[in-house]
Structure formats: structure tokens, C-alpha cells
Design a protein around this ligand. Structure first.
Ligand SMILES: [Zn+2]
Length: 412
């Protein structure tokens, strides 16, 4: 199953391949060491005028979806798409019929060579923009994609090549996590020559944008880890101001092709952590809870209480205030990879926080191997845009179950 972490990981592997070439260029250009700057000297370029008051999410998903009036907005394939409930197609959120949606003039276009982590928040899109001279800026724009504004230069917060950024919004703060690759000067061995080594970096920043321009410190480095010749440490989404989660790749073991490893739930303040052993994925949920995919099944941990929600290879895709949405897509992927196995139907099971099953539907028969799922209005489910073809998604109305899943094609 391709959850957010895996999407980040796949992207990172691709960018690390590019990095080999880029590193060679860096070495040939610079004769000095590439310094890591632990302090931020980011510059304020503008004001942060958008409302950061926390608001209820309309859509439950790990990804960036928005519901506004009767329209769903989806960030996918470098563009913002829109789909209204009644139409049979979805298209770029740009109303110019002559526009080809692939240039600067298109407000729906956010090319991934320039924009990172484009995420909806309170009627705006927040993003990291890569500008000239490899500088990075935290900024935002109007909901229609216009008035893109760089607010702070965060180049010193986001070092390295090919950063893969994701953002979370908690209590009005912006959490920005990224994986990147950086180059260190190696510890001197006394021979006098300069030596370098590359490291994979995992970093979590927190921004209090209400303090931008006030002279107070608006940025805080929560976590910074460089692993030399190591593996990618991944951050899970941040959901509160107390905790964050990273995996520990060196503890990995495989069962079939499914990796299990330790995860650490850190305290943001003092960096103390608890270790949860031998899990495939771990997501923190509000109010101190978390879910984990273990070899014994999908579990919900709430204080001293552990509730087993579902079997092995069931994943929790996302949650909202009342519900946890689990699917068997990984179980299904494993069966698809095995020629002799019977492929189970795709299922969604919805649990409340006491572990009671409150809803249960089957996925469309031909749902894409990499499809994801979202839910909205407490009534609809939809698969995310198929990652392979990007040409369709499905929607399902629980109040009209006889109509089944309706296919929504891309009209562009
Ligand atoms: Zn356009």
C-alpha cells in the first residue's frame, strides 16, 4: 500500500539517483567544505496575512484534498484539479478555456521542479517554493492559485539536494518535514586532505507564522538527523504539539516483502522517546493515541489499552474526529504479486475509537493497485486519483449504495 510515507520514500529514491550526478558537480565546483549551518538566518520578505485559526477538516485523508461548496479540490500531477459532485469528470481548477495548464500563467499549475508540499489550509495553499540560486521560500497563495507570495527565505532550514517536503498544520503552527541529501566534510584522519561524504537528512521544522516580522523567533528545529551511508529515516505526519514519529530502518526485518522495524514516538520538547517494536507503519492520532500495523494485525493503542482492529496487512489509511478508516489493500497487493493466491476483494472497514466496526464497504472491482482512499461529509468515499494512469477516480455515496462506485474520468 502506498501511504504518504512510501510516496515520500519512492520520490526520495528517485531523487537520490539524480543526486549522484549533482554531487559530482558540487565537488568539482567547490574547493571548500560544504558547511552545515545549524542556525537559521532566514530572511523575512513579506507578511503572513492568512488566518491560521485551526478549522475542522471536511475530508478525512492523509493527502491534500479540499471540499469547498459542492466542489472537491485535489492536488495531483503538479496541478490542482476540481470536481463538482454532479459531474462525471474532473479537470484543472483553472477557468480559462484556452489555457493548457502547464505554464506560469495557469493558476492551477504548481510544477514540482519549483513547488514542494503544496497543502491546503484555511482557503489558501501553503507551499515551499524553490527560487533562483537554489533558495527556498515558505509562502502561500489564494485558493484560486493566484497571488503567490514568498514570505520567508528558509534556505538555511531546508538544506540539501532534492528535498521532499510535506506539511502539517497543528494549532496554527506549520510543521514542515523533509528528507534530503547533504554533503559533509569527513572527520579529519590527519592526512591533511579534505574528504567528503554524503548523508541522508531527515528534518522537522516548526514555524509560528504569527511571529513573522515581530522580531521574535518564529522557527524551531524539532528534529535533525543525518545518516551517513544509511537509510532513509521517515517522519510520520505531525498531529499534535507533543509528539512526532520516526522509523528506525536499521532494525528492519522482512516478512515476505513487507518490512517491519522499530518506530520511535518522540516528545517534541525533550526528545525523549518510546520505542514500538516490529511494526510496518505507525501513525499517531489525536489525544495520545496511535495505530500500528503489526504482525498480529492492525492495532489501536489508547493509553494502557490495545485494541486489535483488523488482521495482518490491514492498514489504517486515515482518520477523522470519530473514525479510523482501514483497508486491506496491502493484503490485496501481496495476493496480486503471488500467482497462486486468491485475490481478496478490496475492503474498507471504519472503526470508532472504541474499536467498534461502524461502516463496511467493498472497493471498486478494478480499483488501481496504487489507489488511495478518502472520505467526506460522513457520507461519501472516494478513491484518490490512480497514481499510475492519473486518469480516473471513483466515488461512492453510502446513502445510495445501489448505485455503487461511480467512475470519474479526467477531462484534460
Ligand atoms: Zn490553466
Amino acid at each position: 500500500m502506498l501511504n504518504k510515507n512510501k510516496i515520500i520514500k519512492i520520490g526520495l529514491i528517485a531523487s537520490l539517483m539524480v543526486l549522484v550526478v549533482v554531487c559530482a558537480l558540487v565537488f568539482s565546483k567547490k574547493d571548500g567544505k560544504v558547511k552545515l549551518n545549524p542556525n537559521t538566518d532566514s530572511k523575512v520578505l513579506s507578511t503572513w496575512d492568512m488566518d491560521m485559526t485551526p478549522q475542522k477538516k471536511d475530508i478525512a485523508s492523509w493527502q491534500s484534498f479540499v471540499k469547498k461548496d459542492d466542489v472537491i479540490y485535489i492536488v495531483d500531477d503538479e496541478r490542482i484539479f476540481k470536481w463538482d459532485y454532479k459531474s462525471v469528470g474532473f479537470r484543472p481548477a483553472c477557468d480559462d478555456p484556452a489555457c493548457e495548464h502547464n505554464g506560469e500563467e495557469c493558476p492551477a499549475y504548481f510544477p514540482n521542479t519549483r513547488y514542494y508540499g503544496v497543502t491546503y489550509y484555511n482557503d489558501h495553499w501553503v507551499f515551499v517554493e524553490k527560487g533562483e540560486n537554489n533558495r527556498y521560500y515558505l509562502g502561500y497563495c489564494d485558493f484560486d492559485g493566484n497571488n503567490r507570495k514568498r514570505v520567508i527565505d528558509i534556505s538555511d532550514d531546508i538544506q540539501g539536494t532534492g528535498p521532499l517536503v510535506h506539511m502539517d498544520f497543528v494549532n496554527g503552527y506549520i510543521y514542515m518535514g523533509y528528507n534530503s541529501s547533504v554533503i559533509h566534510e569527513k572527520d579529519s584522519d590527519g592526512s591533511g586532505g579534505l574528504e567528503f561524504e554524503s548523508a541522508v537528512r531527515t528534518c522537522l521544522m516548526k514555524y509560528d507564522v504569527s511571529l513573522i516580522g515581530s522580531g521574535k523567533d518564529y522557527s524551531q528545529n524539532i528534529f535533525l538527523l543525518d545518516v551517513v551511508k544509511g537509510e532513509v529515516v521517515q517522519l510520520s505526519s505531525v498531529v499534535d504539539e507533543e509528539r512526532f514519529v520516526v522509523d528506525v530502518p536499521e532494525t528492519r526485518s522482512l516478512k515476505g516483502w513487507v518490512p517491519y522495524m522499530d518506530y520511535r514516538i518522540y516528545n517534541q520538547e525533550d526528545k525523549s522517546f518510546v520505542t514500538v517494536r516490529d511494526v510496518h507503519a505507525l501513525h499517531i492520532l489525536p489525544n495520545g493515541r496511535y495505530t500500528a500495523m503489526t504482525k498480529d494485525g492492525l492495532i489501536l493503542v489508547d493509553g494502557d489499552k490495545t485494541i486489535r482492529l483488523d488482521g495482518e496487512n490491514w492498514a489504517d489509511h486515515f482518520y477523522d474526529d470519530n473514525r479510523i478508516y482501514a483497508t486491506n489493500m496491502q493484503e490485496r497487493d501481496i495476493a496480486i504479486a503471488d500467482k497462486n493466491a486468491v485475490i481478496p476483494d478490496g475492503e474498507v472497514r471504519v472503526y470508532d475509537y472504541d474499536g467498534n466496526l461502524v461502516d463496511h464497504i467493498y472497493m471498486p472491482k478494478d480499483c488501481g493497485e496504487w489507489d488511495m482512499l478518502a472520505a467526506y461529509d460522513g457520507r461519501y468515499y472516494f478513491t484518490c486519483v490512480d497514481i499510475k494512469t492519473r486518469s480516473y477516480f471513483y466515488v461512492y455515496d453510502t446513502q445510495n449504495p445501489d448505485k455503487g462506485w461511480k467512475k470519474i474520468n479526467r477531462e484534460y
